[in-house]
Write a protein that binds this ligand. Sequence first.
Ligand code: FAD
Length: 284
Amino acid sequence: MHSPMFSLEVFPPKRNAPVDTIYDTLDGLEGLNPDFISVTYGHGTHSDRTATARIAHTISKEYGIPAVAHLTALYSDKAKIDEALDMFEQAGVSAVLALRGDYIDGERLVGDFNHASDLVSYIRSMKPDLTVFGACYPEGHYQSGSLDQDIENLKIKVDAGVTRLISQLFYDNEDFYRFLDKARAAGITVPIEAGIMPVRGAKSVRRMAERNASRIPDKLDALLNRWEDDIQSLRTAGILYASEQIADLVAHGVDGVHLYSMNHPATTRRIWRNVEPLFLGTQG
Ligand code: FAD
């Protein structure tokens, strides 16, 4: 049986927080030895475009873990993308996660890249040796007419040169399995990693689910209602919920699990402690 990948995501520290606070997160994750850590990319024209490269450099050079750099396209022209790719190359990234990004009210679109697939094609043409990952949506992207339509568009992105997909968060594994069946039936053969986001607050889960058009299954809804006013108990329940999701995904033979650490290493560690034996058990 193949061994599923286990990867993590971190984000550059928020505005006003020094970029060095990322060391607290990375120190807290030490010893977990994920297959890679990906670093998100600030979106829009006002974000610090160098933070992702600097953190990716730290992850790969100081912590010795393969780093994947996210890169968004909507508000960048080709020159800015070239600049970012050069920075990533110098940072020693092992792959770029090519994204479209979300529309931002009041920001002027550049027009060089309308879809993530445009960015994928561009990276492949400029840096043929660079590995390119893409995002996918088990419940369909919130702007797509239907899951089938979204998967048709996903196939275009993969055919442009994506070698691995990382999924949006989802709370019901059945949604992921349905998506997987449809993607495979559509001829998408690259590995697909399941994105898991641990519950840390009832409001944030509901907000995120609404924004991403993600379903909150009854079991999770009951848990949110039960522990809404007791944050510690909710977080403990969230760790168990995420651990159960991961255990079930591994039992179903998924290609990998991508844990959104949200820069909370203690939560990430507790989940990893619960599921680590399952990953070791699939090797060989
Ligand atoms: P696309 O693949 O372009 O898809 C977006 C929409 O366009 C979909 O509805 C799709 O069906 C449609 N579409 C795609 N191609 C075509 C086509 N050829 N013709 C017609 N329609 C098409 N955002 C950030 O700002 N920074 C990050 O670091 C970041 N990291 C992320 C990591 C992951 C794993 C995920 C799942 C999302 C991340 N996002 C991030 C959010 C992402 O930018 C948004 O979800 C965005 O709305 C879509 O990006 P995409 O790359 O999936 O877009």
